[in-house]
Design a protein around this ligand. Structure first.
Ligand code: DGY
Length: 318
């Protein structure tokens, strides 16, 4: 049986299937590997299923043994892998698209509503025994019904987010490399530039990958283009955002609030953001449901199976 390294603790169902078909090296303590440990663990593996917590940079990839055929990521995002280096090294890289779109869009909705309706502030007040007052003027937030939802990246997650937004009576706008087929766009308004989308987004939600072009795209100028009092949602990647500019926009009131599931520094987040009242924050749990974790693990295993069966894996990205 081929040897399979699974770098983090996955669900029991995924471990059972993996153990049926592979000689597995599990990490039951769920310890984060150092770079040296990751390289060492890969030496005995024919395949690896990592998460976004393991960084396959050029140095790690150069140290991979020839026996290791595939890096089958347990994530849709692949910004933790140097794809060009992998290609040059001759190792296949795959990801897990589709299966986490519903879960991630749910978290984006939670972030949007938590930010708009001051979810964290209210929760803290009740929990800490500080709720000693009520009036119609108390804890007034923003209603999203009827507002314009701007989606950056109308891929699989973006399209589910659009559907959920429609359920809340929102008008959908989006920016993408190209317009969607009308059957998929379902009336959503295409903007060929980010600037044009920003100008109409009462709520802006990011659903695009991190690339050299998108890294830091939400900078001071971008926040300034949003309508006053906009709500900003990020469930994609922290690297898309200049966090100092985000803090300034939240402090000045340019943004009413932000709902964030991702940060530049993870785990941990950004203490300057955490210190603000007008934020709703989560610890990168967009795809963290039992159903989705099973589906991601199975999808990664499907990709590994394909490689050892001599087939092209369905989700090859390099
Ligand atoms: C993804 O799949 O990219 C999620 O962020 C979890 O890693």
């Amino acid at each position: 049986m081929p040897r399979l390294l699974i770098t983090r603790r996955l669900t029991d169902a995924v471990h059972e299937r993996a153990a049926r078909d592979y000689e597995c090296h599990f990490n039951m303590e769920d310890r984060v590997f150092s770079k040296a440990e990751l390289i060492a663990a890969c030496q005995e593996a024919d395949a690896v299923i990592p998460c976004h917590s393991e960084h396959f940079d050029a140095e790690v990839i150069a140290a991979l043994p020839a026996r290791l055929k595939v890096i089958a990521n347990h994530s849709v995002g692949t910004d933790h892998c140097d794809l060009a280096a992998a290609k040059a090294h001759g190792v296949i890289v795959t990801n897990t698209p589709d299966v986490l779109s519903d879960a991630t869009a749910e978290i984006a909705m939670l972030c949007m509503l938590g930010a708009a309706r001051r979810g964290s502030e209210g929760d803290r007040m009740v929990r800490e025994g500080r709720w000693d007052f009520w009036s119609p003027a108390f804890m007034v937030g923003r209603q999203v019904t009827g507002k314009r939802l701007g989606i950056v990246g109308m891929g699989r997650v973006g399209q589910v987010m659009a559907e959920r937004g429609r359920g809340f009576g929102m008008e959908i706008h989006y920016h993408n490399r190209r317009p969607l087929d009308p059957a998929l766009a379902k009336g959503a308004v295409f903007h060929d530039t980010l600037e044009s989308l920003l100008a109409v987004s009462d709520v802006l939600s990011l659903h695009c990958p991190t690339t050299p072009e998108t890294t830091g795209m939400m900078d001071a100028a971008a926040f300034e283009r949003l309508p006053d009092g906009a709500i900003f949602v990020n469930t994609a990647r922290g690297a898309l955002v200049d966090e100092a500019a985000l803090v300034a926009a939240l402090r000045s009131g340019k943004l009413f609030a932000a709902g964030l599931d991702v940060f530049r520094d993870e785990p941990g987040g950004n203490p300057e953001i955490s210190a603000l009242e007008n934020v709703f924050l989560l610890p990168h749990i967009g795809s963290a449901t039992t159903e989705t974790r099973d589906a991601m693990g199975f999808r990664a295993l499907d990709n590994v199976d394909a490689v050892f069966a001599g087939r092209e894996p369905g989700d090859r990205v390099a």
